[in-house]
Design a binder for this molecule. Structure first.
Ligand SMILES: C[S@@+](CC[C@H](N)C(=O)[O-])C[C@H]1O[C@@H](n2cnc3c(N)ncnc32)[C@H](O)[C@@H]1O
Length: 272
């Protein structure tokens, strides 16, 4: 791939989303852009490049973001954080929150498997509380195509085979030909919105009891990672929990932050 074109697109995507593609990812970027160019009817990468350089519309930028984000996800990913939610975090919050409100934010929800896993957990194990508590599950992402799929709540066989216990599949999904649609009760528990994590400080004005920010900061450069982490930490209520991906480390520590081991999960607790 021409260096000028690679540099142009990687600078564009980093400015727009924070995702930093280094030179070792040239092949990946090229194949993703070639696929996008084909879908949009451009003859080659150079044609797409000239179009983007000279006439970048918001819709075209969204298509580039869709093409260059990595949307890999699956139900109950990593298992341990969901065990921690079930065995410790949610029971503790149900006890502690006397205003009877619990809010959860899946901050990079991709195609919905993460927030829907939380919703299934709540319905399966905490249904007793659901009638008297106001529970909010907010799920956000920068990829419009991922958000569309998440809202539809329809998954193919491979997707439901990844991480989802058969018991949950049979209980909370309906089979429709070759695909599975998530139960309306679960769908209704999650609100999906577009949100760029680079804009959390300007766009998110509420605080949450639980924030899941998993497998997204890993794609950002260090300075971006730290900024987003700081902004997200501000959105966590005292006594709340922030959860990263299983292999991720906290980019920064704060005085009111306490690393807690819950079972096999490591979570970040905001001191009260
Ligand atoms: C690998 S997926 C992780 C999904 C889920 N959290 C999980 O752990 O299974 C990363 C997601 O981050 C989203 N993403 C990347 N940059 C983002 C940004 N600046 N703002 C919001 N979402 C972003 C991508 O669109 C993608 O859906």
């Amino acid at each position: 791939m021409d260096k000028e074109i690679f540099d142009f697109f990687t600078t564009l995507i980093e400015k727009a989303s924070g995702i930093a593609y280094g030179p070792s990812k040239e092949y990946l970027v090229e194949s993703k852009l070639l696929e996008l160019g084909q879908t949009l009817g451009y003859k080659n990468l150079n044609e797409l490049y000239l179009k983007v350089k000279n006439q970048l519309s918001p819709a075209l930028l969204n298509s580039i973001i869709d093409a260059l984000t990595i949307n890999e996800t699956y139900f109950f990913r990593d298992t341990h954080p969901f065990e921690a939610l079930k065995n410790k975090i949610l029971p503790e919050l149900f006890q502690k929150r006397t205003d009877k409100k619990i809010s959860i934010w899946s901050a990079a929800s991709s195609t919905g498997q993460e927030p829907y896993s939380v919703a299934m957990l709540l319905l399966e194990y905490f249904s007793y509380y659901l009638s008297s508590y106001e529970i909010k599950i907010w799920a956000t992402d920068i990829s419009l195509s991922s958000l569309k799929k998440a809202k539809e709540g329809i998954y193919n066989q491979i997707e439901v085979n990844r991480g989802l216990p058969v018991y949950f599949l049979l209980k909370y999904f309906k089979q429709k030909g070759s695909v599975w649609e998530i139960d309306e009760r679960i769908k209704k528990m999650v609100k999906f919105d577009f949100l760029n994590l680079l804009e959390v400080d300007r766009k998110v004005h509420e605080k949450f009891d639980i924030i899941l920010c998993r497998y997204v900061l890993i794609y950002f450069a260090n300075s971006t990672k730290k900024k987003v982490w700081k902004d997200i930490w501000k959105c966590l209520k005292s006594g709340g929990y922030l959860i990263l991906g299983g292999t991720e480390l906290a980019p920064l520590e704060f005085p009111d932050m306490e690393r807690r081991h819950i079972g096999k999960a490591i979570v970040f607790y905001k001191k009260e």
